[in-house]
Design a protein around this ligand. Structure first.
Ligand code: ADP
Length: 157
């Protein structure tokens, strides 16, 4: 008998560890959650986000009254961009982080456990495969995304 296996689609998604995550020293804990969920790190870059980059990234909220505060927040420390790959990575990462407003995010989600409010919500993550492709190009240059085999393991702690 033929067995059909439904394959997920291998995707790469873009994460930003925001200034509240960096200043709160939660970068390791947040990355651990993504690694524990089986995602592969394809890229990692720390930088200061300038106003033009933020305006492009947040074009959908740039005319909102709260936008200037978001820009100040996002420039208060450098941020870390991660490119994470895995089956259905875009949707699964959004599930792991929880909804935008940290106060409404369930315990056990990244924003529910570490976020303070709707602005200071620890991470950005792409919301569709189409936006992931755009955002990966926005935050990583040619040659900064890697394809590689995970050949060696570790002892579990
Ligand atoms: P998400 O980051 O969950 O995709 P949005 O794209 O709607 O959410 O918003 C982008 C970011 O702007 C949010 O992650 C948050 O940091 C900030 N933000 C959204 N809405 C508000 C708001 N009402 N007040 C302050 N900051 C906000």
């Amino acid at each position: 008998m033929r067995t059909a296996r439904v394959l997920g689609s291998m995707e790469t998604t873009l994460i930003l560890l925001k200034p509240d995550c960096i200043a709160g020293r939660k970068a390791g804990e947040v990355l651990k959650r993504f690694e524990d969920a089986g995602f592969q790190i394809r890229g990692c870059r720390m930088f200061r986000a300038d106003s033009a980059l933020l305006r492009e990234h947040y074009a959908h909220i740039a005319s909102k009254p709260f936008y200037p505060e978001v820009e100040t927040f996002m420039q208060s420390t450098p941020v870390i961009a991660l490119a994470l790959a895995g089956d259905n990575a875009v949707g699964r990462v959004r599930d792991i982080i929880g909804p935008t407003d940290s106060k409404k995010a369930a315990k056990g989600t990244v924003r529910g456990d570490f976020g303070v409010d709707v602005m200071a919500n620890i991470v950005h993550a792409s919301d569709s495969p189409e936006n992931a492709a755009i955002e990966l190009k926005r935050f990583f240059r040619d040659g900064e995304l890697f394809d590689y085999e995970m050949s060696y393991g570790t002892k579990s702690a």
